[in-house]
Ligand binder design. Sequence first.
Ligand code: BGC
Length: 803
Amino acid sequence: MSSWNFIYDGFEPEKEGLREALCTLGNGYFATRGAAAESDADGVHYPGTYLAGGYNRLKTEIAGRVVENEDLVNIPNWLPLKFKMEGSDWFHLSKVKLHFYRQKLDLYRGVLHRTVRFEDEQGRICVLKNRRIVSMANPHLAAQETTLLAENFSGKIEILSALDGKVTNSGVKRYLQLNKKHLEGLMEKELGYDSILLKVQTNQSEIRIAQGARTRAFIGNEEIFPKRTLLKEKGYIGQKFEVELTKGQKLRLEKIVSLFTSRDNAISECALQAEEALLQAGSLEELLEPHAKAWKHLWNQFDIDFFPSDPSQGDRIARILRLYTFHLLQTTSPHTIDLDVGVPSRGWHGEAYRGHVFWDEIFIFPTLNLRMPEITRSLLMYRFRRLGAAKRAAKEAGFKGAMYPWQSGSSGREETQKLHLNPKSGRWLPDNSHLQRHVNAAIAYNIWQYFQITRDLEFMCSYGAEMFFEIARFWASMTLFNEKTGRYEIHGVMGPDEYHDAYPWSQTPGLNNNAYTNVMASWIWSRAVDLTSIIPCSALRRLREKLDISDREISLWDELSRKMTIIFHDDGIISQFEGYDKLAEFQWEEYRKRYGDIQRLDRILEAEGDSTNRYKVSKQADVLMLFYLFSNKELEEIFEKLGYPFDETIKNRNIDYYMHRTSHGSTLSRVVHSWVLVSSQNHESWKMFSEALESDVADIQGGTTPEGIHLGAMAGTVDILQRAYTGLEARGNMLRFDPSLPKELGKLHFHIRYRGHELSITITPSCLTIKDLPTFAGPIEISVKGQRKTLPAGKDTIVSFAL
Ligand code: BGC
């Protein structure tokens, strides 16, 4: 299999959920899991389709409380294209003998193929082929084609093509006790001989969704027109027809689908638009060409050519990296730009985490920033539109500025569930993860990074700086002054490590002086002060007046940035939070022996009546996040300003310390660990990168990927090649490289965009070459291991640096 194809041979029911998630097709506007066209949600298959940002809220009484959850809605299933042979039931994989089974995802063209050769109980052998696209050229169209070859028989075949809005949200076992019916049928209509239309509405958010489907049948090249029967009930519409096949004949069915919603731009009404789009849509072949071209253009910008030192190792890694980039682009594409959506941590690929937007953006934006920053901009606008909600949340909690929610959905209110189920113990437990206020640091960091790469001053003046200042203000309002130390502190929060939400000796959730949070806050205040001299005077004056930012407030930010508290223990180890040193060491070996997989220690310990809060265990990188987000140079500056020691030895000791106390219960964790090891333990970094790479393809958490991909880990692993091993950093108006390729990596080649320049980068262990394409943008400064060059405007330039 080439590194552009993902192939599964044989049918394995227990792996079907994983394949469906990984074979999802999407275009940034909607996505459909790679479920078979003849399948229903039956415990093996789960044919989900999701609209980017298509949320709905439902209340449920659980554990004696009424809780409300906002879910990403499983919208009508457009896939059904079922068939049954004379005298048999509808085709089902479990009822036939399989002679051949192959599923292939063509990443380059964005096409999903499936071939099945089967024999039924009457000895009839048939070859079923299906191919499918979700158009990257026109976000409102999808298409599939099924061909059935009657290998050794003649007889009737009955076909059913439908649009099914009776689906529910049943893709995540843990949520099954919650209400799950989000759709109500509004209209089912036949549109002439071969087309049908369905309109439904979400029952709380009132998003109206219309789908049209045109199903044509062909024998050989001849279109056939069998009599059709309409099936109609509320929320469901289908057409049935019979075809007579003689031995050796091939029946081809083509289903073209249109999808519009009441939230779309430039439409009158969604059902009308779905009908019109269907009328205008050509055949699958005609839709394929622009679709494949759109993918080609995306790959031109996003592909990383990866050459391992040992060529036999290359294909698999390259294929996985492409698969991850593919899913990144199916979740956020150029079609996302006009939508009011954020980037969901689990893609639009399943129902886990309800399509919510977390801090995972911080792992995802870097790849977008350097390739298509216009997508990042639109995702940041999702945050800007929810600034009002964040300000209200801060005020209600007794703070100032803007306090963005840990989990964000439609309106920007806090969507973190109040209770979560531990499937190991069966208990519903309070969920304190909303105390991860550090999501606010991630948003500010993302605004800054976007700006470093694009220098998009218009965005900064109109939107970015306002969010940035309000976040700086929020953190300032959270600080407490400690008279004894003369420093400021932040109390009652959680860091990224979700295994610690409270002190074991306290009933109140939250921890004090989480080092990651405090350092990020200090960095934000420094940058907020910097911003006052970056933004042009008139824009700054307007912003300061609008937000009422006084000189005193700016000096307070400056003071805070120098005087935050960081707690150390064990001589140079940055305490994850105050009091961390008082926690017990954990018996790692004993638990590994007892449970094997101990990634989710929180669930294991809770089921035992214990708690991760008591131990020095982390679900994921927390202190180490600092070494992930900032280069050594930048960290030196931050720590020096705060008056604390920092150097490479301290960093390495901290890495070693926390590395041995982390269970990697989040897929984000290995990305960070691989990253922070790059300069000191290159080989270990590569090993960790290789493990991170398996997160989704091998579903290393044992059952989470079928519920939705882990987009942070996917984009994060691609970014390890792009930035960690190349030492690529945009800081201080300079694009910097400090490559440190592991010995397993022979060569990397990729394209990036930086401040209006298109750069083609090639890195080998001995040389870094940058080719700059002609541009009208101004000159840029680059530095490679400290050697500086200016790339002029308007010229084809090639520069090489010996490494
Ligand atoms: C991780 C969080 C992450 C969330 C969504 C959790 O398991 O601990 O850091 O934001 O998943 O991906």
